[in-house]
Design a binder for this molecule. Structure first.
Ligand SMILES: NC(=O)c1ccc[n+]([C@@H]2O[C@H](COP(=O)([O-])OP(=O)(O)OC[C@H]3O[C@@H](n4cnc5c(N)ncnc54)[C@H](OP(=O)(O)O)[C@@H]3O)[C@@H](O)[C@H]2O)c1
Length: 244
């Protein structure tokens, strides 16, 4: 089997780490490039020879520099995962009512969830192979669906993920014109047992909370069987379409 390379952006995420493990196990990849804001010095996979680590502040200039280093290093990169996204942090917590709306929190969440993935996509177009099919999966969430919003709340997270979909849809139209070999997926992994979902797991049945390995395997299977039709797909972990 011919091996290509994979790139994981936001690789410090629990899901990104799960993806790295699943990609490595699959033996489909010669190199796996991991980009995160922080160094990976104390991670268990630091000495693995097929894993290459890069730090990046997710600003335009440094994104371009990292991509130059990554794409000059190994074989063609055919699978790209963009994992960045926050629901809560020390400073922000998802709003339950209108009184919880804060401009600062909202700006921070939009920056990380909508703008950072877009900055990566804007630079990636100049690096992706025009001969080999590639798939770019961006981690989204079902709560970004306007149709599916029955519960309300989580204003900033929901809206940032909805905005992400519009940015991805618009990008898919330009990608289709400039590189028909590149396919975009907006992916909902289900509820996955990570730092992000921890505070919200108590009302969810145990068997509906997935491991990072399961979510990553489902995504890799979907990416391996997707058709390169120049459109954006908004898919869940089963490969089912989510209404916009
Ligand atoms: N866990 C779930 O149940 C679930 C459900 C639906 C969707 N998702 C989505 O899956 C993705 C990964 O989530 P996770 O559960 O694995 O969460 P996580 O472990 O908390 O990961 C957080 C991610 O956000 C990035 N990030 C945090 N602060 C940032 C900043 N200031 N600037 C840029 N990036 C920043 C991190 O990048 P670094 O690598 O640089 O640290 C990391 O990739 C997210 O997009 C999330 O919305 C998760």
């Amino acid at each position: 089997m011919e091996q290509n390379d994979a790139l994981i952006v936001g690789a410090g995420s629990d899901i990104g780490q799960g993806i790295a493990g699943v990609l490595k196990k699959s033996e489909e990849f010669e190199n796996i490039h991991l980009v995160s804001r922080n160094s990976f010095d104390n991670r268990s996979n630091t000495n693995d020879s097929i894993l290459h680590h890069y730090t990046c502040d997710n600003e335009k200039e440094s994104i371009r520099e990292v991509l130059e280093e990554v794409f000059n290093r190994g074989s063609d990169i055919t699978k790209i995962f963009i994992c960045n996204g926050i629901l809560h942090s020390d400073e922000v917590f998802p709003e339950r009512r209108l009184e919880h709306i804060s401009a600062d929190s909202m700006e921070r969440i939009f920056r990380i969830n909508s703008i950072v993935p877009m900055l990566w996509l804007a630079e990636l177009i100049n690096f992706l192979s025009k001969d080999l099919p590639s798939v770019v999966a961006v981690l989204n969430a079902r709560v970004g669906s306007i149709d599916d919003n029955k519960l309300g709340g989580w204003y900033s997270y929901r809206a940032s993920k909805t905005a992400l979909n519009m940015l991805l849809k618009t990008t898919s139209i330009e990608y289709a014109r400039r590189n028909r070999m590149a396919k975009l997926i907006s992916f909902h992994p289900g509820t996955v047992d990570t730092k992000l979902s921890k505070p919200f797991q108590k009302n969810i049945p145990k068997d509906r909370i997935f491991s990072t390995d399961y979510a990553a395997s489902q995504l890799l299977n979907i990416m391996n069987s997707i058709s390169h039709d120049g459109t954006l797909d908004y898919l869940d972990w089963k490969g089912d379409k989510i209404p916009w």
